[in-house]
Design a binder for this molecule. Sequence first.
Ligand code: ZN
Ligand code: ZN
Length: 366
Amino acid sequence: MQITAALVREQSAPFTVETLDLCDPRGDELLVEVAASGMCATDLHGRDAYYPTKFPKVFGHEGAGTVRAVGAQVTEFKPGDHVVMAYPWCGECPNCRTQRQTYCLHANKLKHGGTRADGSTLHSQNGKPVYSAFFQQSSFGTFTIANARFAVKVRNDVPLEQVCALACGGQTGAGAVLNVLKPASGDGIAIFGVGAVGLSALMAAKIAGCDPIVAIDVHNRRLKLATELGATHVFNHDGRAEVASDIKKAVGSVRYSIETTANPYVFREAVDVLMPAGTCILLGSARAGTEVTFDMNHLQNGRNVRGVIQGDSVPKEFLPQLVDHIVAGRFPVERMIRYYALADINRAAEESAKGKAIKPVIRMPR
Ligand SMILES: [Zn+2]
Ligand SMILES: [Zn+2]
């Protein structure tokens, strides 16, 4: 079938909205009419070929939509179901077999390879292949093919243009708190960087009853929103070297911290504010080769530092819980969303890079 999608013709080129051909779903796949897709930094890193990438390519990996057709072996979904498309995993490697599928050994190929796992392409134009299958979904288009294994059915009384933001950034931030740290009520947490991932962590920390909840950022507008969403203390980092000692002066050391900025000096500060036996989680995606230094004596006192991908989430369990939190008003994801038409996708990318849009969501044309 013919679809409308945002195409990137070569590395760092602007998105162009074009007509493409999309194949039919295979036995284990769904045809999804995409309602909306969040845009996350990884889409722009993909466009800029941070990872080995073939062009032309369709990006987008925070898609939500309505199932329009299902393959013969699919029993979990039917046409009309609302779905969020989550990250892919192989299902067979040592990590996938032991419920560590966010760390699938084949994740890079499945997310960035541009094809299905078997190398087949899903999109084409004038008979020539177009690479897609970004995170096995390529959601910047009016329709796409999703594998049933990575699709998550969600209740249909929540707007798809809100739940799409949970697919990557939302579950990354919220999962780091609710699945990994599992704070007790009254545990202190400091969140470095309150973009979409940091604010999702913050909303989850509020759900868990964390106190204090400290937010650190360089944009006052984001810090104001962090306060409205539950931060008890905010600090404008503004390049100041003493922010860690300021936090300790104001609230003491904290049990937990979260690093979302991918800056080595901020990561160091996130570890410096921990109390003994505290844990810092790294969520910020730095380029390969980025190094950081820690004080060995400080670390030895029971402090943990670990990286987390996609909030250690099992999406079919975790995303419906987050959707329930949205409905209950505890996870007001819409507060961080700014909507764009597909035709304005380049403006969304620009305003996201400048920090003007915290979570851009692209609405697909009907
Ligand atoms: Zn795997
Ligand atoms: Zn993402």
